[in-house]
Design a protein around this ligand. Sequence first.
Ligand code: F6P
Length: 345
Amino acid sequence: MMRIGIMTGGGDCPGLNAVIRAIVRKGDAVYGDEFIGFLDSWDGVMAQRFIELPASAVRGLLPRGGTILGTRRGSPYDSKDGVQEVQKCFSEQRLDALIVIGGNGSLTVSSLLFAETHLPIVGVPKTIDNDVFGTELSFGFHTAVQIATDAIDRLHTTAESHDRVMVVELMGRDTGWIAVYAGLAGGATVILIPEEPFDIAEVCAEVASRHQGGRFASIVVVAEGAQPIVGTMTPIDYATDHLGRPRYGGVCVGIAEEIEKRTGFEARVVQIGHVQRGGTPTAFDRILCTRFGLAAVDAVHEGAFGYMVSLDATKISRVPLSDVVGKIRTVDLEFFHEIGDVFFG
Ligand code: F6P
């Protein structure tokens, strides 16, 4: 029997509650564990703000979006005493382990904490962006792709009715995973991703050649972090968040303006934004979350601290957190072009 803390960190993501449920259900049934859930990420750990999580508290959580624990983007390293407060929480709450369900930010903090203090931490990879290194998939990605694909499907019919170009901006930070999967699944004309800076002249030529071929509607999918090749178009100067990272959003606007100006075709922008992160996880994500949650509890009981559970060729595995942080998992360009080059335009 162990006393285990759970926290969710970073941006919310479909499936967070499903992971919490799986952790608690297995810990309770198999190991007789006791769980507490920290509120609002590291803020809750540092301030020892938490709720008890008996098995009855996770009833009905499998399909529920968001996180019952709340989430924030802060870190114990943002304040002078943050790390000591985390250590104090472990000892005062008699924690045997902490399971951190988070993306690159929370996993980096976990890795640093583990390296510095050896606190017993296990990570679970979360993010719709799918950019966590060391796992084939993070949970939430599949759901975001489905939501974005549904949106693209709907945009086809309205674009065709009005002979318009729809420029659809999707999330993903510095990687184009959501744009690639949703764009390919939704039959986009062009997909622009951060991994390959784009030439707006080529985008316009692609759209124009479709029109010459008698197809007067196009869907241009752009990942929020996509950038023009230097010197081809004015890049956006993004404001930064409290961690100094660009706060993306709006790249679709300049692209649509350029398409209208250069081709004369009417172009509209669509930002589905946080809809990609909201609501119930897909069936696939519910299963992945459940597998990750079960594996996280096993990792705790096997003393695999400083590790993150991961997906490796359909099998659940573990990787050291230190191998995960400081890198991002970018789109496999061979895969992207193998499919995309046949269908673009
Ligand atoms: O990391 C998930 C994500 O949704 C990114 O795709 C996006 O850039 C960012 O979070 C948005 O963050 P916020 O919710 O803080 O605006």
